[in-house]
Design a protein around this ligand. Sequence first.
Ligand SMILES: N[C@@H](CCC(=O)N[C@@H](CS)C(=O)NCC(=O)O)C(=O)O
Length: 209
Amino acid sequence: MKLYYTPGACSLGAHIALEWSGAEYEAEAVPFSDPRLKEIYPEGNGKVPILDRQNGLPMLSQTPAVLRYIADRFPGANIGSSDSIDVQAEINRWLVFLSADLHPVFHPVFVGERYTSDKSEKAISCVEEAARGMIRKELAVLENHMQGKKYIVGDSATIVDAYVFPMLRWAMVKLPEQLEGTPNLQRLHDSIALDDAVKRVLKDEGLDT
Ligand SMILES: N[C@@H](CCC(=O)N[C@@H](CS)C(=O)NCC(=O)O)C(=O)O
């Protein structure tokens, strides 16, 4: 398999999941918004992650689908594949939360100009400020859930822990208070960052821990 990623982007979650899965894979960095992404997989609309499953299978985009595929293809890794529909439901719930609620509220702090037809500095900074409020509101949901827990679901790390990790990193860069008001999320971030496989991935992506 081959993963196309942009360093530090949401694709970091898929990169970590691949490393946790024990699969043999390649990972190629493609810069943010590089037109090559559309050539690699037109249906991916120029975004990462893109997973080339090879063996004649179509490419796969959309992080929840990519993560679910990795977990189910390598069930022995125990990172989100489960025979229990109740465990699956919990993991799917958090995959959707991260994809539909948390990830999108980060977009305006990265590409604020896309969210206003007024391209003035003031308008863009208002978009960013509003987005920071939305980020805090969504992070609070996970902060409450993490009370007394080490992992988002169950007793070991799963694809949803991998998925949230880049977003916790973004919060630490894009919120002036970083994760100070959310100690459970700070703890979650720190424990994922200490994982040896995660350290290998960060190094591979050229990122600091
Ligand atoms: N719904 C997609 C969103 C992917 C996405 O927004 N990726 C960002 C990086 S975090 C991207 O590639 N953005 C490039 C762009 O918007 O031009 C998913 O869940 O994978």
